[in-house]
Design a protein around this ligand. Sequence first.
Ligand code: ADP
Length: 468
Amino acid sequence: MYFSLIVMFICISIVPLFIMRGILLVNVKNSLYSERVENIRQHSETLAEQMVSEDYFEETDNEYINYQMTQLASIYDGRIIVIDSSYTVVWDSYYRINGKQVISEDALKCMRGSQVWHHNDELDIVELSVPVIEETQDGSQILGALLLSSSTATKTEAYIQVRTTSTIVFAIIAFLMAVLVVLFSKVFVKPFKVLVKSINHISEGHFEDTVHLKGFNEIVQISDAFNKMLVQLKDQEESRQEFVSNVSHELKTPMTSIKVLADSLNTQPDAPKELYQDFMKDIVEEIDRENQIINDLLSLVKMDKKAGELNISKVNINEMLEQLLKRLRPIAAKRNIELAFEGFRTVHACVDEVKLSLAFSNLVENGIKYNVAGGWVKVSLDADHNYFYVTVSDSGIGIPEEYQDKIFERFYRVDKARSRETGGTGLGLAITKNIVLMHEGGIKVKSREEEGTVFTVRIPLSLDRQEV
Ligand code: ADP
């Protein structure tokens, strides 16, 4: 990343800088030479007009014109050649090729009426050809041409100076930019290096560490999000450890009781038969309890998997709840508790019947377990377009406000003794909540001590509809 950044920054800063320098130098060169050409052009055009008015091509030894041309050639440190319409040199400021013919490309173009100029890099001169045109009533006639050349040595010198200065200035700027690019890339990459180091450190199990990245807003946001994730990981790790220790503890308790009972029988070989029977009954109860815990644990572990594990079918919820109450009525009757069902409408929903039945059973069983003799448990069912709602209310002992958040945690029991006495494992509500969440629903509890408890469950009528 570091080197990619450097290459990227060089491409977007230093390369355009050198392209700019190239364009600048080409422009400087052109403007220097074209300035010289413009000056010569102005003078030579005036000269061409005078040649026409003085009939120069009739009388080429016109002293005035020749003097003007000599002056012009010396001002511009150059040479002037005049050719007539037959390309014959009629005057040469160097007096070398008088009478000879000049049939160059420039001369040909000029005789067709156009002015031409270019720079000869080899000789370091500009060459300009200006036609001498006579305007008559019948049209224009080209009488000859002025072929001028002028040294651009001074201009080239100025150009070289500009080029050298610009090379130095641009090299300094490029160097400073390169230094900035390297520094900036280092600063930019640093937080990522710190993050990678932290991730490696944390992945070794150091969940207590946090990262504090400084710099751009986005980097600080990454740091915050990472720390949040870390807190969740820490919580998960803690709850995993707590769960494992709870499971071991819960499974050990009945085992310890069984061992104590068996040991005491072993140490009393002459114990009466009644005592044996009594102890064996207790041992069987403990085994049942161990079984119950294992069954609940297995259900819970199964529920931890994804909602894809659901066995969905269209279920008549009214019938399902009535069936469930029918099954629990004998247990309720033992404690003289009345079970009632109130369906505001008939509800059909696409759910996992076995799992949902278990979830509501847990709620109703709790309503019975944590109730007072002669109390009641009421189940009601209602629905709207998207959800159905089941409330399980009871006239029981209630749950103190401070424990209401915790009762859905695995193995959490408000009153351990009472839960144990009624065969509770502390897993019922955790199982119920898992099943509800698998159905993408929600569960709420409202309770007052000594008055009763209301659990409200909301489940979508169809899981597919929820996804749309
Ligand atoms: P348990 O097997 O102990 O019943 P649950 O997970 O079903 O475990 O419930 C957790 C705890 O919440 C219970 O131990 C009990 O203290 C409390 N609780 C649950 N339902 C009720 C209720 N209807 N009335 C009063 N307390 C309840």
